[in-house]
Design a protein around this ligand. Structure first.
Ligand code: 13P
Length: 257
């Protein structure tokens, strides 16, 4: 069985001091839910402090991005080994990076390869815009993003990474996909595309998260779906109470509570 994984993407929220407070508030209860892998993804500047707090605990730390070059004159960028000094996960290809910062399928693919080289586990985001959904292009778009992201990766790498299906229209809107539709895309599109390229063994191993307005109320129904192995949570991960509740709901939904 795939181990469920719940990650909180804090985006551009929390100073280092605030991040420490938030993690301290979450830790006692999170430590009691060991059946779900838990990851917090703070902004870069909070990562070292959060990482020190999480050392030796079940809570893992991720970064929100990286650059693929190992070092050099790339002002403002963070190299894979710099991320790996503090993190075990890295989010790559988030729709906000694709939309506002020029991330492309090609740069996503390069970053995934660089992440693996540095020993990081990528959480790779895909998802369609509202216009694409309305035009009936959801499945072909998402499948195309998955194929492009995974280009040239080994079967072992693909089995080890995490794919996050985040429909853009559901992000930060309070309008999550229905559990049936989230399950359909995660299973019949994302996992099926992995199966087409890498075979069923790899597709059954890869973990797929749903993201987009996951909260303490809808988490149980979404996480109960067989092809959804966890969540990538934005807004609701910024409060200890709701993040803990979502992790607990995931454990319960997977029969692991
Ligand atoms: P929200 O949970 O705030 O909708 O954000 C989802 C997301 O983008 C996580 O990466």
């Amino acid at each position: 069985m795939r181990a469920p994984i719940l990650a909180g993407n804090w985006k551009m929220n929390k100073t280092a001091a605030e991040a420490v407070e938030l993690v301290k508030a979450m830790q006692p209860e999170l430590a009691t839910i060991t059946s779900v892998e838990q990851v917090v993804v703070p902004p870069y500047l909070a990562v070292p402090d959060v990482s020190r707090l999480c050392s030796g605990t079940p809570l893992k730390v991720g970064a929100q991005d990286l650059f693929w070059e190992p070092k050099g004159a790339y002002t403002g960028e963070v190299a894979p080994n710099m991320v790996a000094e503090f993190c075990s996960y890295v989010v790559i290809g988030h729709s906000e990076r694709r939309e506002y910062f020029g991330e492309t399928d090609e740069s996503v693919n390069r970053k995934i390869k660089a992440a693996f080289q540095a020993g990081l586990t990528p959480i790779v985001c895909v998802g369609e815009r509202l216009e694409q959904r309305q035009a009936g292009q959801t499945d072909s778009w998402v499948a195309g993003q998955v194929r492009a992201a995974l280009q040239g990766l080994s079967a072992t790498q693909v089995a080890a990474l995490v794919l996050a299906y985040e429909p853009i229209w559901a992000i930060g809107t309070g309008l999550a996909a229905t559990d049936e539709e989230a399950e359909r895309v995660c299973g019949a599109v994302v996992r099926a595309t992995v199966a087409e390229v890498y075979g069923v063994q790899v597709s059954e191993a890869v973990r797929i998260q749903y993201g987009g307005s996951v909260n303490a109320e809808n988490a149980y129904a979404i996480m109960s779906q067989p092809n959804i192995d966890g969540g990538l949570v934005g807004g609701a991960s910024l409060k200890a109470e709701s993040f803990v509740a979502i992790v607990a709901a995931t454990a319960k939904a997977k029969g692991l509570a």
